[in-house]
Design a binder for this molecule. Sequence first.
Ligand SMILES: *Cc1c(COP(=O)(O)O)cnc(C)c1O
Ligand SMILES: [Zn+2]
Length: 501
Amino acid sequence: MKPEQFPEALQPDLVPTPSGELFYRCLGCAAEFDIRTLLYTCPECGRVLLIHDRRFDRLKKRSPEHWRRLFDYRRMLTIPALTGIYRYHEFIGPIIPLDAVVYLGEGHTPMVMANAPLQERVGMRFFFKNDGQNPSASFKDRGMASALSYINFLIRSGVLSEVLAVCASTGDTSAAAALYAAYLQPRIKSAVLLPHKKVTPQQLSQPLGSGARVYEIPGVFDDCMKVVEALSEQYDVALLNSKNAWRILGQESYAYEIAQAFEYEMADKVVVVPIGNAGNITAVMSGFLKFHQVGLIDDLPMILGVQSAHADPVYQYYREAETAKRRFVAQSVRPSVAQAAMIGNPVSMPRVIELARHYDETAGRQRVHVVQVTEQAIMDWQLRANRNGHIACTHGGECLAGLAHALAQGVVERQATAVLDATAHALKFVGFQELYFENRFPADYEVQPDPELINAPVYMHPRDLERVPSPGAPLDGQDLERFVQAITSAIAGDLDLKKRS
Ligand SMILES: *Cc1c(COP(=O)(O)O)cnc(C)c1O
Ligand SMILES: [Zn+2]
């Protein structure tokens, strides 16, 4: 629909122009910094930053009803820059002009309701939100669209001329970073650091295909992170990890979409996310808080963070019920099928502590919970979900394992409705499915396949069949007929098919 065809009351706000006054604020010393600089940590105390809008209260001048209608009507626009996460421009990056927005098809991922058998098995109503249907097949594209639109904006305003973007990654960040940087080449180039053999072949193929410089580093993600931190402190590069607060802004779109999908009724909702570096859960809490502040939602949904027992520093922190006694201890991680969350020292931990406190305070009760699940439960629930029509990755399975666990513990109520983040596409982590089906998991994963969930291809080559076709050597005539009939009978026998009468 063309802008001039929209209701008159919406027209002035339909296509947003730059507004607001963003700045970085340090979570340690509360110092504030100019938004027109590439900044990742506080130059004064070294802690992480969050982006705030000095003029946020202007958004409260519009009624919640106006905002809801505006976001609903923007769905009908055909302007590319407003087709993705910037549908929520005023909340995501209001200083970015639309002509600097990079849109590669991210956001507005489908929410798929679990079928009756799976809901029954789990014990409640829930949806998977398929963030694996983003362009690089994970939710990281949301934050990358934001971070790269911002860099593009700085280039267009002459603040920067060219940029080398770097990130450390458990696989998906580098795939997303390389993709968005490739779109903006030659002015933006990217280099990514991966822990050697700790990303899947699919994830490794992505930055290679996008033309990034790819470095494999010994160790785990936490080691790679240290190296890019040193790089970004000592050299002139743009850091694209979620330490970069622009990533968080973009990932808030996930919360906004859920609110919109439920007509902004969040009282009985549970939003389940896996926790790795903790950027995602930070963004989800921040997003719901912002919508709540403006009155777009009256209630904050429950946030359920999930960690594997093999990488659970956030869970361990919150296990201590008394706030004053909580101490964060970085962990050394063990192998996990939730490999993108295999992080022992989450960069966004200070953000989580601050936002979870604010979230609970605003809700007037504990509304943020973190649960721990086993590797076994992650695999079993992932495979079970996908047998019921989903495309969840292991981290989506981790969410479902966490929901089932929280339900059994009474943390989540049966009457609630949950939205589970299938953070990446199942295909990215298909190697773990293979290990499960072939019962080849190395012992340190602690996964034993459930025979009911195993599946394997059946090679059909009846013994009495002498001649079979092969590439370049097709069969014909009687040989082909004999071949087709033999295989047909063998399959019919295996499936126990009844002859047509
Ligand atoms: C990055 C990632 C996570 C972890 O998200 P954080 O923001 O690091 O907590 C989970 N699942 C997948 C598939 C990821 O790529
Ligand atoms: Zn500081």
